[in-house]
Design a protein. Structure first.
Length: 277
């Protein structure tokens, strides 16, 4: 792997100069080696630097994904009664990896699904990472390169957006022990801190302000702090054309570490404010 990032970067530069052809067998071999690292979990597109708390993007792995599309042609895949026509094969080896996959679920090659994870009828795209013990519930989608932590619950209909281009763009990060309520949308490199809860229907992206309900202070944009109970809300804004309400995310409560797993207490917090998760 020491020389692999360099080899991928050199192929990327050749592509930008128009010098890369789909029939280039040596290029295909290099790119497939990089994608296998993602598929096995030995490498990941992005991770959190424990010292700084910042997200570090491994740009060369995103380049490898984009190169894979450039070097691949569409082929037919049969899966039981279903037929697919795609440039990428489906992920395999779930039973050996200790992953439960319900019929109707699919994941592309180059995504990683950790042991003990459960995929209900759902979709996981290339470059995404789904941590151990995580539930991807019915009709939830995990977009390209999204990083989902361990013991996360993505409830029914949740949309985790993909962030593939440009290669240096930060993907969506959902940290360990998070509960994302039904029909939430987390997109464009937004981040949900460890142990947090997003109430049903919350929309979170880097343009959405996150506000502390008690102080009214704006905590940032597109980032829910760790161990928070947060819900979708709106705030009044004046424009030349009149008064309108724009979306925000409201942090209702800060939890003690581990408190999210007390379901009765969590439900009481949400019921008090007329929302659910």
């Amino acid at each position: 792997m020491t020389d692999l990032p360099t080899a991928v970067t050199q192929l990327w530069q050749r592509r930008e100069r128009g010098e890369l052809a789909p029939a280039d067998a040596s290029a295909v071999s290099v790119v497939h080696e990089a994608i296998e690292l993602l598929d096995s979990g030995e490498a990941r597109v992005a991770e959190i630097d424990e010292a700084t708390g910042d997200v570090v993007v491994h740009e060369w792995l995103k380049q490898a994904i984009l190169l894979l599309f450039a070097l691949s042609s569409i082929s037919t895949t049969d899966a039981g009664p279903f037929e697919y026509a795609d440039k990428l094969p489906l992920k395999r080896g779930f039973e050996k990896a200790g992953v439960r996959v319900v019929p109707g679920a699919s994941a592309r090659w180059g995504s990683y699904i950790g042991p003990g994870a459960i995929l209900m009828p759902s979709y996981v795209n290339i470059g995404a990472r789904v941590g151990a013990g995580t539930m991807v519930d019915t009709w939830a989608t995990v977009g390209s390169c999204a990083q989902i932590g361990d013991r996360v619950h993505l409830s029914g209909g949740v949309g985790i957006g993909g962030v593939l281009e440009p290669p240096n763009a930060v993907p969506v990060i959902v940290e360990d022990d998070v509960l994302v309520g039904s029909r939430c949308m987390v997109t464009q490199g937004a981040r949900v801190g460890r142990g947090s809860v997003l109430g049903e229907g919350t929309i979170l992206n880097p343009a959405i302000p996150v506000i502390d309900a008690e102080s009214g202070e704006e905590l940032g944009r597109g980032v829910v702090p760790p161990w928070s109970v947060a819900v979708g809300a709106s705030r009044r804004r004046e424009f030349s054309g009149g008064e309108f309400f724009l979306p925000c995310v409201l942090v209702l409560r800060r939890l003690e570490e581990g408190e999210r797993h007390d379901k009765s207490q969590l439900n009481e917090i949400l019921r008090t404010h007329g929302v659910s998760a």
